[in-house]
Design a protein around this ligand. Structure first.
Ligand SMILES: Cc1cc2nc3c(=O)[nH]c(=O)nc-3n(C[C@H](O)[C@H](O)[C@H](O)COP(=O)(O)OP(=O)(O)OC[C@H]3O[C@@H](n4cnc5c(N)ncnc54)[C@H](O)[C@@H]3O)c2cc1C
Length: 317
């Protein structure tokens, strides 16, 4: 319940222009600025540098160009082109070929057909170069249409794409069965948005129970599922279930967000598990950053310390 209230609070703050202005002024200015805890930086070079550090630690990564709900087709086209150019940069850098994107970034809220075209442009470029493209899941107005778009491209034969399902949505038990029937690769998350009680579980115990149920369906019937969580109980439950069912670590992976629970990431790697880190970067980092604060209000402490530090540094110069 507290988690839900804090999420509502931070989602409301996320729409504050004054706060956005303040944050964008101080959040990313230097490598130690407070937003850097969760975001690799504003440029692809920053993301590649982060990926190199992650790979040096024996982990893998997926790069996400931050941005959601673009307002015009021109912006959707720009995001698409940026993703296309990322492929060249990632290939040249020799880092892992795995990206994540959001359909509203490709124009879903403006024109679905163009969004599908943009996604196809990305998948067409990704396929021959062996890139994997994960379609992130956004808030509930987009759940069905995101699944529909994913199924459209799946039926058209694209296999270098995967989808995300959110355990907090009551519909997910049915959606995971459908994705398993298709043979699609699913990333399972708890869910990061503020959703009404009619369609989503609010109590942590209910979300956790749903997460475990879907995780089991994925380990039993899924294709290379990604179990994306920092919750030690969910991780333990996954490892135990996999061991009991004889599912080897090579058939699934754990995923975590950049900057969160690096201790757990290392621990899982040491135990022989694949761990992929989600590396967000780009100029449009504010909504993503606010979702991370909403998940853990304690994070506000380091933001305030960071802000005070930044302002002091600025005054001193
Ligand atoms: C790789 C990846 C991709 C994701 N993609 C999506 C997506 O497409 N759509 C979507 O809706 N959500 C996505 N999420 C977010 C997800 O839905 C959750 O909001 C987020 O992972 C927090 O839930 P949790 O499973 O870690 O469990 P929680 O119960 O929220 O947290 C468990 C523990 O993890 C740590 N922790 C969790 N969050 C934070 C934080 N922000 N800061 C510091 N510590 C924290 C704390 O120690 C906490 O006690 C993604 C998450 C991951 C890891």
């Amino acid at each position: 319940m507290i988690g839900y209230v804090s999420r509502v609070f931070f989602h409301t703050l996320a729409s504050s222009r004054a706060l956005q202005h303040l944050a964008s002024r101080y959040g990313m200015r230097s490598p130690t600025s407070f937003a850097r805890r969760f975001i690799a930086g504003e440029t692809i070079d920053d993301a590649i540098a982060a990926a190199r550090r992650i790979e040096a630690a024996g982990l893998t990564e997926t790069l996400d160009l931050l941005g959601e709900s673009v307002g015009t087709m021109a912006e959707a086209d720009t995001a698409t082109r940026t993703y296309l150019s990322m492929f060249d940069r990632i290939a040249a850098a020799g880092i892992g070929r795995n990206i994540s994107l959001k359909l509203t970034q490709l124009g879903l809220t403006i024109d679905r057909a163009t969004c599908v075209d943009n996604l196809r442009r990305i998948l067409d470029a990704a396929g021959p170069r062996d890139f994997f493209v994960r379609v992130d899941m956004e808030n509930s107005p987009y759940t069905q249409v995101t699944l529909d778009v994913f199924e459209t491209i799946w039926q058209q034969g694209y296999r270098n794409a995967g989808i995300v399902l959110q355990a907090y949505l009551k519909r997910t038990a049915a959606d995971v069965a459908r994705m398993n029937t298709l043979g699609a690769r699913v990333r399972l998350v708890k869910g990061a948005y503020q959703e009404p009680k009619t369609i989503a579980f609010h109590r942590k115990a209910d979300v956790d129970a749903a997460f475990i149920q879907v995780m089991q369906q994925l380990l039993d019937h899924g294709n290379q599922p990604a179990i994306a969580t920092h919750d030690p109980d969910m991780i333990d439950a996954t490892r135990k279930y996999a061991a009991a069912r004889g599912v080897p670590p090579a058939r699934y992976e754990f995923q975590m967000l950049y900057g969160i629970r690096r201790d757990l990431q290392a621990d899982l790697r040491n135990r022989g598990h694949g761990v992929r880190v989600y590396v967000p970067f780009g100029g449009e980092w504010f909504p993503y950053f606010m979702r991370r604060l909403g998940e853990r209000p304690a994070n506000i402490g380091f933001v305030i310390r960071g802000l005070l530090g930044e302002r002091r540094t600025q005054t001193a110069h």
